[in-house]
Design a binder for this molecule. Structure first.
Ligand SMILES: Cc1cc2nc3c(=O)[nH]c(=O)nc-3n(C[C@H](O)[C@H](O)[C@H](O)COP(=O)(O)OP(=O)(O)OC[C@H]3O[C@@H](n4cnc5c(N)ncnc54)[C@H](O)[C@@H]3O)c2cc1C
Length: 475
């Protein structure tokens, strides 16, 4: 049984059920919209509330969208498709998860329309990847990046690539190649797969230290569903919630919630990591000269001074793409620290998890954030000096105490990971093969297992984890 039909869960179900000897039940609290995916779900980024879980950051009040539908967050996301660099995965500190060990799964998942034949790419996978065409707006930013000393590149997913170049995306002709659109159709005809939408899993059934099913709630009430292996793919917020309500977590927290202690996992819900971003809005002076693309056209990535490859992203796009209140000629320049040191946590208790992202709580993150925003400001000033952009009267990024201003402006990039940390040490929640420590036949396969956040967008990595989990479960 796989709980959660999102990025990782759907891929895991697809891969496992290739073997007709495996019977797979795929459960999700969200709907299965059927083979004819509604247009809004295929194309839009701002969707009706029923497609999302209702989490907010407890410290800022910001809404934290997570997809509640078959396809999970891959069905509601912005379809940026970068992987991260070899050192992101090598830093997971496990011979099972080096970049070289993960690469076959990345390759098997993608059909890269420009670089599919290269060693580090794939051409036959279910997820089509292309690169945005470069508009006059993108080319203007590319010129500004060049004048700031950055270098062009063709493929952001080449190992170690840094510089500016077309944004890789799994949006093809306007359609987001989510697991809902690209992977689920492969499962529909399989007689060894049962899809169970509209079913929220409340807890895992564990007896004698072994998982043997779940308790779920649907429109008819609560039910027990038996299974000889349970794989949790409910995401960075959903999976720790289910584990906690199953009696797995910090023993003291479980006792104070009135739950039995079946496995002491003090780090469950800890180690929450997320890319943090800053948005700088301005007007395009002449929209007929610089018409803006809908999505993100060009991505700049570069390294900051420091150990372990600290890294920044900057990109510019048409602000209404994400923000319906933005004016029609508003451009957004986004600056992001994609190697945060700060860690948040989930407060796990009787009800839904309470999320504390804790962006920029580490002083080093504040100074790095200010540094990245200054670089973005130079790029914006360059284009403003050419008369191509008009800045607001008092741009927030000119604040005297920029690290402090960054703290106030920090937004989630919606890439939370890490709450069920994988590792070789006893404190890790899951082992290298994603098996929950202390409980047999219970695995986690989703973004929650990442010990450290990759520098790339997290969707491809979550799918890679789902793909590899199928091998571990079958092996
Ligand atoms: C708005 C937004 C924009 C993003 N943009 C990008 C982007 O451009 N590029 C990128 O790479 N990444 C992006 N991401 C992040 C990326 O989509 C996620 O990292 C990835 O989808 C996580 O995959 P997952 O399998 O861990 O979880 P999910 O895909 O979220 O899947 C979890 C599934 O579990 C289900 N579930 C949860 N709890 C339960 C329960 N108790 N019972 C039953 N089912 C349950 C959910 O309904 C969901 O279907 C974005 C995310 C969001 C929300």
């Amino acid at each position: 049984m796989i709980v959660g039909a999102g990025s990782a869960g759907l891929v895991c179900a697809w891969k496992l059920s290739e073997d007709p000897g495996h019977e797979v039940v795929l459960v999700d609290a969200g709907i299965d919209p059927g083979p004819d995916v509604p247009l809004e779900l295929a194309t839009e980024i701002l969707l009706p509330a029923h497609y999302y879980w209702q989490y907010t950051d407890e410290d800022t009040g910001n809404f934290l969208p997570r997809g509640k539908v078959f396809g999970g967050s891959s069905a509601v996301n912005a379809a940026a498709a970068t992987r991260g660099h070899p050192w992101c995965f090598d830093a997971w500190d496990s011979p099972v998860w080096t970049y070289d060990a993960c690469l076959p799964a990345f390759r098997a998942l993608e059909a890269d329309q420009q670089f599919g034949q290269q060693d580090h790419h794939g051409s036959d996978g279910p997820i089509a990847i292309t690169r945005y065409e470069q508009s006059a707006f993108d080319l203007a930013f590319q010129d500004a990046y060049r004048r700031q000393g950055f270098h062009p590149l063709a493929d952001h997913n080449a190992p170690g690539a840094l510089g500016y170049g077309p944004f890789p995306t799994n949006r093809i002709d306007g359609v987001r190649m989510s697991t809902l659109v690209s992977v689920l159709p492969h499962l529909r005809g399989r007689s060894n797969v049962v899809l169970r939408p509209d079913s929220e899993v409340l807890r895992v059934l564990i007896s004698g230290g072994t998982a043997h099913g779940v308790v779920l709630a649907d429109a008819d009430g609560q039910h027990i569903l038996e299974a000889d292996r349970v794989i949790l793919s409910a995401g960075t917020f959903g999976t720790p919630e289910i584990l906690f309500h199953s009696g797995i977590g910090a023993a003291d927290d479980l006792r104070s919630a009135g739950l039995p202690v079946l496995a002491d996992a003090p780090q469950l819900g800890r180690n929450l990591s997320d890319h943090v971003l800053f948005q700088m809005n301005m007007e395009v002076t002449d929209p007929s000269e610089l018409p803006m693309p809908g999505g993100q056209g060009t991505l700049l990535t570069y390294e900051l001074p420091g150990d372990r490859h600290p890294q920044a992203q900057i990109f510019a796009y048409h602000a209404p793409f994400f923000d319906p209140t933005a004016g029609p000629h508003t451009a957004a320049v986004t600056a992001s620290l994609v190697t945060p040191e700060s860690r948040g946590h989930l407060a796990l208790g009787p009800g839904r998890a309470r999320v504390h992202l804790q962006h920029l709580t580490a002083p080093l993150d504040r100074s790095r954030a200010a540094d990245i925003v200054r670089t973005a400001a130079h790029i914006v000033d360059d284009l403003a000096a050419q008369g191509r952009l008009k800045l607001p009267d008092t741009p927030w990024w000119r604040a005297e105490d920029l690290p402090h201003a960054c703290r106030a402006q920090a937004l989630s990039y919606h890439h939370p990971v890490g709450t069920c940390r994988m590792g070789r040490d006893d404190a890790a929640v899951v082992d290298e093969h994603l098996q929950v420590r202390g409980v047999e036949r219970l695995m986690v396969a989703d973004a929650s297992v990442m010990p450290a956040i990759p520098r790339g967008h997290t969707n491809l990595s979550a799918m890679m984890i789902g793909y590899r989990a199928a091998d571990f479960a079958a092996g």
